[in-house]
Design a protein around this ligand. Structure first.
Ligand code: ZN
Length: 181
């Protein structure tokens, strides 16, 4: 079973635009202030193959989700995809793919809960699928993805600045408006 070593389809690093990071924090803080719950949404961008194997997702946009959320759980509802695509369309972004989802752990820290692990495996047919967890109150976030046939790992994540975005040909970092609030 050496096939996994030959051309891993899993993320080996992630690039994240500051605008997407800001938007996620804003959505998370707003939801916590209003509802006292976790919150989440979707990650959009482009996917690059690394010449040594593995892929590098570049997240340029985070859209707000419709969620069924409690203080310790967040289910991202199916209509989030339509809402996300509408938001992207209004920004003129038609070439971004859904790279994964994000949700907050208000004041709980960044980790993958049992439910989070189950959720990431529900996307087993999407090897690049990212699950980003953020806790703005501890100023921390973590990007998780599959890293093997049976493993989920935290993936090193770097800022996607304008120069890198230009070099990769991804849309320039976007000035996100204040979502739907
Ligand atoms: Zn979680």
């Amino acid at each position: 079973m050496a096939a996994d070593d030959v051309a891993s389809p899993f993320p080996i690093a992630v690039l994240l635009s500051p605008e997407a990071q800001d938007a996620m924090c804003r959505y998370a803080v707003e939801a916590y202030q209003r509802r006292g719950t976790e919150w989440g949404g979707l990650l959009w961008g482009q996917l690059f193959a690394h010449p040594r194997g593995g892929v590098v997702p570049a997240i340029v946009y985070a859209t707000n989700g419709a969620c069924d959320a409690t203080p310790t759980r967040c289910d991202i509802l199916p209509q989030s995809w339509e809402l996300g695509r509408q938001e992207l369309a209004t920004r003129g972004q038609h070439h971004l793919i859904n790279l994964g989802d994000f949700h907050s752990h208000p004041k709980l820290g960044v980790f993958m809960s049992h439910d989070d692990i189950r959720s990431i495996w529900s996307y087993a047919d999407v090897p690049h699928w990212l699950s980003l967890v953020l806790d703005p109150w501890s100023e921390d976030f973590g990007t998780f993805a599959r890293c093997g046939a049976r493993e989920v790992c935290r993936v090193p994540t770097w800022g996607l600045d304008e120069g890198v975005a230009r070099a990769l040909g991804v849309p320039a970092p976007l000035m996100t408006a204040v979502g739907a609030f």
